[in-house]
Design a protein around this ligand. Structure first.
Ligand code: GLN
Length: 199
């Protein structure tokens, strides 16, 4: 089984570890460069991207993670993790920095104050069995993507209809929502399969 790390500096680390274990991955928390060396893929959880960004520097993980990404390691970011994988962040803090990740521009807390949290069905291209029940919590959306980025899912109804909430660029996968907070394991299965076929 592929060994998949969860960046364990802040955020909903335990939920991702449980979801990965449920689909047969060997799931481990990653806090140190030596732990990163031992994984085939990495999940960046939801939480607060500004906090995760600071802790990535404090724990001296920025350069090692950028190097692994450049070498082709699969990474999946959910919510704050999507922000950490974005080349450009709108409404971010001036000092927050992501990894050398996906050629996309994302907007933090994009869905607005009135709708801090909501749930919506989102069809994900490449995942069969009907739409995922997506949970959004102070979520970002993706405003622009580069030519190499595949849009996997968008909001289909309501004022945010058409907004991009799931993308993939080669081995990098990101969603605005939190599949780890539901019992549907199809997205973790999809990522584990990606790690398995890459490793
Ligand atoms: N608003 C958070 C941020 O900017 C993301 C929210 C989440 O991960 N649920 O990082």
């Amino acid at each position: 089984a592929p060994v998949i790390g969860v960046l364990a500096l802040q955020g909903d680390v335990r939920e991702h570890l449980a979801a990965l274990a449920a689909v047969g991955a060997q799931a481990r928390p990653v806090r140190r460069p030596a732990e990163l060396d031992a994984v085939d893929g990495l999940v960046i959880p939801g939480g607060e991207s500004t906090t995760i960004s600071k802790l990535v520097d404090i724990f001296e993980l920025r350069e090692p993670i950028d190097k692994r990404i450049a070498a082709g390691m699969p990474v999946y970011g959910s919510c704050a993790g999507l922000i950490m994988l974005a080349a450009e962040v709108l409404d971010g803090r001036p000092d927050q920095r992501g990894f050398d990740g996906i050629a996309m521009t994302v907007r933090r807390n994009a869905f607005g104050r009135q709708v801090d949290s909501f749930e919506a069905p989102v069809e994900i291209s490449g995942i069969d069995g009907g739409p995922l029940h997506a949970v959004f919590i102070r979520a970002p959306w993706v405003e622009r993507v580069g030519p190499d980025v595949e849009v996997l899912g968008t909001i289909t109804e309501g004022p945010a209809a058409g907004r991009i909430v799931a993308v993939r660029q080669n081995n990098l996968l990101a969603t605005s929502f939190h599949p780890e907070l539901t019992h549907d394991r199809r997205l973790h299965h999809y990522f584990t399969h990606l790690v398995h076929t890459t490793a």
